[in-house]
Design a protein around this ligand. Structure first.
Ligand code: ZN
Length: 308
């Protein structure tokens, strides 16, 4: 990234439990804007990162969410309290946020946590978020999440891709876990990204990257594998959620992980949809855990399941 980009924004690369955050600095005298706010249990850390990166005399005026998964908006409430920041969300989730409907917001299904927040404004596809000399156009990017936005600064070729495109793939296609076809939307969103003159992608997770063609190719071949075997995508989705759960709790005894499996509605839902593999959710969970361990995604030691 060039020095100009560093003047315009700061990227906090967070790992996986919290999404990345992009702090848009704005012009002198302008409040800063933060894109996405991480997971709830990291909210204090997010607050400190923002505080240490604001310019002297500047405050955080606004938080903009690409979408409302718990790892992208879990810091909203904390930051709104801390800085008086306004909250701007995509329009598709407005009703669910207004009613704080944890079912529609996915937090109940996944047993992930998000502190309730209220929004102040919407950012609709086609609208532009202007911060300093940067103009970020919002584009609808359904697939991973039906209401997700991506933000593109055409003058500089910079794309905030959320979970629609990562350097190696894209986020779990959540509607598919609900039995709603969304692989076509993933494909259309990848086509949209290809049609934009992108030079730098700031993904929702992982480091920024500039090999756009390579990432699109990897994403499309991943999508082709999922399309050919949707059950493999569903298993992948549950494994990814298991990994998130372990990132949140750190480590836990296998019995606790089995209890999480048994009590998490999306696990049961997918197990039903796959026609009850292994005959019970518990046995299926054991198999998925064994596969995660075999692939080195988790380790079992001292009687606990850990992130490696
Ligand atoms: Zn997401």
């Amino acid at each position: 990234m060039d020095a100009e980009a560093h003047r315009d924004f700061t990227i906090f690369e967070r790992g996986w439990l919290s999404s990345n955050n992009v702090l848009l600095h704005g012009a002198d005298g302008e409040h800063a804007t933060l894109i996405d706010s991480g997971y709830l249990s990291h909210a204090g850390q997010t607050d400190a990162l923002v505080r240490s990166s604001l310019r002297p005399g500047q405050t955080l005026g606004r938080i903009v969410n690409t979408h409302l998964h718990s790892d992208h908006c879990g810091g909203n409430a904390t930051l709104a309290r801390s800085f008086g920041a306004r909250i701007v969300i995509p329009p598709g989730d407005a009703d669910a946020v207004e009613d704080w409907d944890e079912e529609r917001l996915s937090y109940r299904l996944t047993q992930q946590r998000c502190e309730r927040f209220a929004f102040d404004a919407l950012l609709r596809p086609g609208e532009t978020l202007a911060v300093g000399r940067r103009h970020w156009q919002a584009h609808a990017a359904p697939g991973h999440d039906p209401h997700s936005l991506i933000l593109f600064d055409a003058a500089h070729g910079t794309l905030v891709s959320a979970d629609a495109l990562w350097e190696n793939g894209f986020g779990v296609v959540f509607p598919e876990l609900d039995g709603i076809d969304a692989f076509d939307q993933v494909a259309a969103t990848l086509d949209l990204i290809e049609s934009l003159p992108v030079r730098l992608v700031i993904p929702g997770h992982g480091a920024p990257f500039s090999d756009i063609a390579g990432s699109l190719q990897r994403a499309r071949s991943r999508l082709a594998r999922f399309r050919a075997d949707p059950a493999s995508h569903a298993r992948h989705g549950i494994k990814a959620l298991t990994k998130y759960h372990l990132l949140e709790v750190g480590s836990e005894p296998p019995a606790d992980l089995r209890a999480w499996f048994a009590s998490t509605p999306i696990v049961a839902q997918v197990w039903q949809r796959l026609e009850r593999p292994e005959g019970s959710i518990d046995a299926w969970g054991q198999r998925l855990l064994a596969e995660l361990a075999a692939n080195g995604v988790v380790t079992l030691r001292d009687g606990r399941v850990h992130n490696p």
